[in-house]
Ligand binder design. Structure first.
Ligand code: SF4
Length: 233
C-alpha cells in the first residue's frame, strides 16, 4: 500500500490555472485524512497482494457495484478459483452463484471466464502490462485497464470513474463532460507523481465526503482549494 500513499473548450485541463502547490496540498490533505481514518477502497485493499489478475477481475466485478459487495464477491471467487487456469475451466452457473450480489452478475460471470481463458491462451497466463492489450480483453474499458496498471502493477495511470470525474470538476482541476475527457485533461495537467494516488484518494473522498448529492463541504479537508466550495458559500 505504501506506493499509493507516499508518495466547447471544456474538454481540456489546459489553462485551468491550478497552481502546482494546490495539487500537492490536495493530494497530501486527502492522503493524511484517509490514512488517519484507516479506510481503503476494494482495489486499495488488493494492492498488497501484488496480483494483477485479482485486480483485473475485481475491477470488472466492481462496475456498477458497491465496494463492500465487490470485496465479498472477489474474496469468495478467489477462495474457490485461485488463478486464471482454474477460473478458465469454471462452470458459468457456479460463477454466477458466487458473484450473484454484484450488478450484471450473469454477464460478468461469462466475461471473467473469457478473460481468464484469454490471459492463459494469449498472454501465457500473465495479465498484460500495457493498455492496448488490456483494452482488447472483454469488459475492459479505459477505467478498468488503468486500474490494473495502477493497483496491479504500480504503473502511473489515471483511472477515471464517476468519483474522479465529479471531484476533478468540482474542485476545479478540469472542466469536462465525460470521464474520458477528464482522463485526457488530467493527463496533460496533473503532475505524474500524483497519478498513482489520485484514484484511491478521490474514490474514498467521493464515497465518504464529496458525495454526488449533498457533498459534506463543512468537514472537507481540502475545501479551501475547491472551486465548488468557493462558489457555494
Ligand atoms: S469542498 Fe465540497 S465540493 Fe469541494 S471537494 Fe470538498 S466536499 Fe467536494
Amino acid at each position: 500500500m505504501a506506493r499509493l500513499w507516499n508518495g466547447g473548450m471544456r474538454s481540456t485541463g489546459r489553462g485551468s490555472g491550478v497552481k502546482a502547490q494546490d495539487y500537492a496540498e490536495v493530494i497530501s490533505g486527502l492522503s493524511g485524512y484517509y490514512s488517519a481514518e484507516g479506510v481503503l477502497t476494494a482495489l486499495g485493499n488488493l494492492v498488497s497482494l501484488e496480483d494483477p489478475f485479482r485486480v483485473l477481475i475485481a475491477t470488472v466485478l466492481s462496475q456498477r457495484t458497491r465496494d463492500d459487495v465487490t470485496e465479498r464477491a472477489e474474496k469468495a471467487l478467489f477462495v474457490r478459483y485461485r488463478d486464471a487456469r482454474s477460473l478458465a475451466r469454471a462452470h458459468i452457473r457456479d460463477l454466477e452463484y458466487i458473484i450473484r450480489g454484484v450488478g450484471f452478475y450473469r454477464t460478468k460471470a461469462r466475461a471473467i471466464r473469457e478473460i481468464a481463458r484469454l490471459v492463459l491462451e494469449k498472454h501465457n497466463g500473465k495479465v498484460p502490462r500495457n493498455i492496448d492489450a488490456l483494452l482488447s480483453l472483454p469488459h475492459v474499458g479505459r477505467k478498468t485497464a488503468n486500474c490494473v496498471l495502477v493497483f496491479g502493477f504500480g504503473e502511473p495511470a489515471i483511472p477515471v470513474d464517476t468519483h474522479v470525474h465529479r471531484i476533478s470538476n468540482r474542485i476545479g482541476w478540469v472542466r469536462t463532460r465525460t470521464p474520458e475527457e477528464t482522463e485526457m485533461a488530467l493527463s496533460s495537467t496533473l503532475p505524474r507523481k500524483y497519478w498513482l494516488d489520485l484514484n484511491e484518494l478521490f474514490v474514498l473522498h467521493g464515497q465518504h465526503i464529496c458525495r454526488p448529492v449533498s457533498p459534506r463541504c463543512s468537514i472537507c479537508p481540502v475545501a479551501r482549494y475547491c472551486r465548488w466550495n468557493k462558489c457555494h458559500r
